[in-house]
Design a protein around this ligand. Structure first.
Ligand SMILES: C[S@@+](CC[C@H](N)C(=O)[O-])C[C@H]1O[C@@H](n2cnc3c(N)ncnc32)[C@H](O)[C@@H]1O
Length: 256
């Protein structure tokens, strides 16, 4: 029989330690080991915030932190899908060895997931793939978190869609390749390194943009896209250069 491991994927919110839910605090206090993937050029602030959350909410400080370098991600090949798959495969092998080597039988391991684990995060998919290898029997529990989308809407004090209307969530890359999806007036865009909002037809579109949401460096800008796109692009570039990293999310709304 393969060894059994209990793993918690804990959503920790998108930047404000006060977004950590009561359910997450309980989960944090069950974990014996926290696994941490170090990004090579990753934002120190995010690592610091994860540690601050542990220090603030965990009552018994005898937990262990196991840090390993995140496998390098090379997305420069001809196939984005194949590149991502290769990177995921490397992560699956890494997670498998972490769970087998750094966690004893009966112990509980945890991954702190930025925002909500269900949204543009690979933790759950990777854990599924580890389980599929059959070398370890996983019991995974997911604790939802406040996503950056919720933080964006709250910061701008808006609902994400019109009454009874859909809202579409996508990435900058998909918006650039696929364009504005049909039948949708409200479009949330994440993971956009290229300010794709500057390349769509701004006619009748309003943007609600937020960077570093929930953190002391939060920046909010909004208005008719035609009027504010260039300003957002400039503010974003300045902030990114100053801090060395950028997290931003925005809502594009047609026909307001
Ligand atoms: C890998 S995804 C993780 C999303 C996360 N699971 C969530 O629920 O928000 C990273 C992207 O989320 C968005 N994001 C995460 N935290 C953010 C924040 N504090 N402010 C603005 N955008 C954020 C950005 O679009 C960033 O590129």
């Amino acid at each position: 029989m393969p060894p059994i491991r209990t793993i918690l994927a804990i959503g920790i919110g998108s930047g404000d330690p006060e977004q950590v839910t009561v359910q997450a605090v309980r989960a944090l206090n069950r974990a014996d080991v926290f696994f941490e993937l170090e990004k090579r050029a990753g934002p120190e602030d995010l690592v610091a915030l994860r540690r601050a959350i542990c220090e603030r909410y965990i009552e018994d400080p005898s937990y262990r932190v196991v840090s390993v370098p995140d496998p390098p991600r090379d997305l420069s090949g001809s196939s984005y899908g194949a590149d991502v798959a290769a990177w995921h495969e490397a992560r699956v092998a890494l997670y498998e060895s972490l769970l087998l080597d750094s966690l004893a039988d009966g112990e509980v391991g945890a991954f702190l997931v930025w925002g909500d684990p269900a949204l543009y995060d690979s933790t759950l998919r990777i854990l599924d793939q580890v389980a599929a290898r059959g070398t370890v029997d996983l019991s995974v529990e997911v604790i939802p978190g406040i996503s950056s989308i919720q933080a964006l809407a709250a910061a701008h004090r808006i609902a994400l869609h019109g009454v009874g209307r859909p809202v579409h969530v996508t990435t900058g890359r998909r918006l650039a390749t696929d364009g504005w999806p049909p039948g949708v007036d409200d479009l949330v865009v994440m993971l956009d390194r290229d300010c794709t909002f500057t390349r769509i037809d701004p006619d009748g579109v309003t943007i609600y943009w937020g960077a570093y949401l929930g953190t002391p460096d939060e920046i909010l800008m909004s208005g008719p896209l035609a009027d504010v796109a260039a300003g957002i692009e400039a503010v974003r570039a300045e902030a990114r250069a100053r801090k060395g990293w950028m997290f931003d999310t925005y809502l594009l709304r047609r026909g307001e």
